[in-house]
Design a protein around this ligand. Sequence first.
Ligand code: MG
Ligand code: ZN
Length: 217
Amino acid sequence: MEIIVKKDILSKNKVEARDNRAFAREKGWYLVNVMGSPGAGKTSLIEMLIKELEDRFKTGVIEGDIASAIDAERMEKAGIPVIQINTGGACHLDAASVRAGMEKLPLSEPGIVFIENVGNLVCPASFDLGEDLRLLVSSVPEGYDKPYKYISMFAVADVIALHKEDLIEADGFETAVFEKGLRMINPEAPLYYTSAKTGKGISELTRWLAIRIDSRI
Ligand code: MG
Ligand code: ZN
């Protein structure tokens, strides 16, 4: 009997991710894979970034969820081109499902496409979607120990938003401990303190993103 091990699934994904990259280049899309726990505030952060970026860039969103279209409906109401992917139980997006979303995304112009991954701090770290950038949203209520516990997720991030930063004091969130854990495994990635409630850090993060997008890095 043949047993298919995880390695094969991941190498198949790698090929499909490479195809996604080529497809995105053809379309002129810059792909941002947004990862984080359920309830970290991924959707609200994406909305705020789009608001700041839309003067300069066309934007679209691929929403990944196990079930429902709640986040996509929210984006649609805000007039953002969006497509919802339901993974039907899978706890992460893979390159093939993102490709299906890319083909149906109602965005004909070049621009930025945010891919909101399934809320999960574990396996999305292992699946290349063909993205240009990985944005990790880690929120204050989750606790300051997360970089110590979810090492791969923090290690693969290109940029980190410590979201809901307005709750730092109320939650007794130890920023020094968080930053120390993060820097042990990821010394380079910029860290932004952000809040959808106060708007803090959003324009700084947007500015950093815009530079990356302009230079396609
Ligand atoms: Mg969401
Ligand atoms: Zn998973």
